[in-house]
Ligand binder design. Structure first.
Ligand SMILES: Nc1ncnc2c1ncn2[C@@H]1O[C@H](COP(=O)(O)OP(=O)(O)OP(=O)(O)O)[C@@H](O)[C@H]1O
Ligand SMILES: [Mg+2]
Length: 255
């Protein structure tokens, strides 16, 4: 099995020389190609920090991160930009769609500089629009569509480049339960059909139950992990048990 994400002795401090806050502390783990992995832990545990480091948006203080076998610290700024564009996809909670562009143009935005033929662009757009159920709204503008549709547009935009690794930070945070279930269903399908590696931060057990494995972090350290071996329902219960064990996960779920 090809290793897609390799993290060794990863630490992160925020602050300056005089006032350091240690947020991640000696994390070590590996994620294989095609895994759908969740990251959970109490608020402030360092989940977003970890995801942003892995997504090459933030630099670690110590330690090594390899993505698809590449030590990302060894890439210069230009190489990193190319690497990000070619191999990585991101879905953040604030979808950052561009209001002046239609849904279709928002989705195609990451390929503006690509040399792919128009037929290929159209094919990818049509496929993703179908997958995410947004074919009917492609000519509309972000303010003319629902929050769930915006989230799916943002997801389609992050997938149009066919990333090898998808990073998602609380991607269902703004969705009602029906929209969240649909969205997760799409992600799970893509994970299978494209063998795409997905790393998703969430505080929501239902969302996490779609993963094959969930890593729990607390105070910037690895706390535990659980692996899904049977039904999603059963895994959901396990996630809840682990959240109770970890404590301090007391964010109220809107559902
Ligand atoms: N730019 C920053 N400068 C200083 N401290 C920061 C910075 N960003 C985050 N922190 C601190 O690092 C810790 C971890 O933050 P992080 O956003 O990674 O947590 P999280 O697990 O994603 O939490 P949540 O579930 O609330 O999103 C928190 O204590 C936070 O206050
Ligand atoms: Mg966060």
């Amino acid at each position: 099995m090809k290793k897609m994400i390799e993290v060794s002795h990863l630490s992160k401090n925020y602050g300056n020389r005089f006032n350091q806050v240690n947020v991640l502390n000696d994390l070590n783990f590996t994620i294989d190609q095609g895994e759908f992995v969740g990251i959970m832990g109490p608020s402030g545990a360092g989940k977003t920090t970890l995801l942003n480091i892995l997504a090459t948006i933030l630099l670690p203080t110590l330690g090594e991160v390899k993505l698809a076998g590449q030590d990302i610290a060894k890439l210069n700024e230009n190489q990193l930009t190319d690497f990000r564009r070619e191999k990585l996809g991101f879905i953040f909670q604030e979808f950052s769609l561009i209001d002046a562009l239609t849904v279709a143009d928002n989705i195609l935005l990451p390929l503006t500089v690509s040399k792919l033929p128009t037929t290929e662009l159209k094919k990818r757009l049509a496929h993703l629009a179908k997958t995410f159920g947004i074919t009917e709204i492609l000519t509309r503008y972000p303010e003319e569509i629902s929050v769930g549709q915006r989230q799916r547009t943002a997801a389609a935009r992050s997938l149009i480049t066919k990333p090898e690794i998808l990073f998602a930070d609380e991607p269902t945070g703004a969705l009602d339960s029906k929209a969240a279930a649909e969205f997760l269903h799409y992600l799970a399908e893509l994970n299978l059909s494209e063998d795409m590696t997905i790393l998703m931060v969430t505080h929501d057990p239902y969302t996490a139950s779609y993963c094959n494995r969930v890593l729990f972090i607390k105070d910037g350290r690895f706390f535990s992990e659980i692996v899904r071996r049977s039904s999603r329902k059963e895994f959901f219960e396990k996630v809840i048990d682990m959240q109770a064990a970890i404590g301090g996960g007391g964010r109220i779920n809107a559902r």
